[in-house]
Ligand binder design. Sequence first.
Ligand SMILES: Cc1cc2nc3c(=O)[nH]c(=O)nc-3n(C[C@H](O)[C@H](O)[C@H](O)COP(=O)(O)O)c2cc1C
Length: 221
Amino acid sequence: MKSMTRRQFIVNSTVVMGGLIGTGIVQPGVTMADEIEFIESACEKEGKKILVAYESNCGSTSGVAKAIADVICRQGIGVDLRRIGNITDISSYTGVVIGSAVKSSAWYPGVIGFVKDHQDHFSRIPVVYFLTCLALYKDTQKTRELAQSYFNPVLKAVPEVKPRAMEAFSGALDYSKLNMVVRMIMKSRMEKQGIPEGDFRDFQKIESWARDTVLPNLTAA
Ligand SMILES: Cc1cc2nc3c(=O)[nH]c(=O)nc-3n(C[C@H](O)[C@H](O)[C@H](O)COP(=O)(O)O)c2cc1C
């Protein structure tokens, strides 16, 4: 059998894992899943009912979805906040916010699948999309265009669903929540791009979007 040095092994493993993550064969895992909070809540009100559906790996997108749901609730509209894998029945909702963390320049495949599975209902009710990513760590015209392009895969996969608004938010990077291999790959990529570890979510921006864009679009008669 051909032997290889430790350095060659690490380089080869990184290339292989990078390829597998890129193709979606390997999903980015977490090492401390118990400590990651995926928030779900229900705000009961009379009349219209909104669903805020999200997917998140390390929890930061869950926090963004929660902030959006809280704004809707404070305005007196009923809202359920749910992680996508836990949603079974969507028939009672009059409007929906769908959001995902970005991996490999797109929403998680499961989120695209969720839109596809419910496209009949989602093409009859108002829908808005959001995402979290690290491209927006630097806020420039170029990074805003790049972040918006992350919606293209879902728009292409399910053209029947036409979101009334789409917003990209800056997310968070916490290496302690990534498994060893993903952490290694992300560290090398982020260092090249000059993106440090940290929480870059702008809750003022998120809440303004929820109030000024989500609410009017999802509750218009
Ligand atoms: C494996 C992996 C791949 C990622 N790919 C991208 C990417 O292609 N573009 C980008 O802007 N951000 C990318 N990110 C950054 C995440 O979208 C960002 O950290 C997000 O806030 C994570 O949300 P979460 O905490 O809800 O999982 C990636 C993160 C990981 C861990």
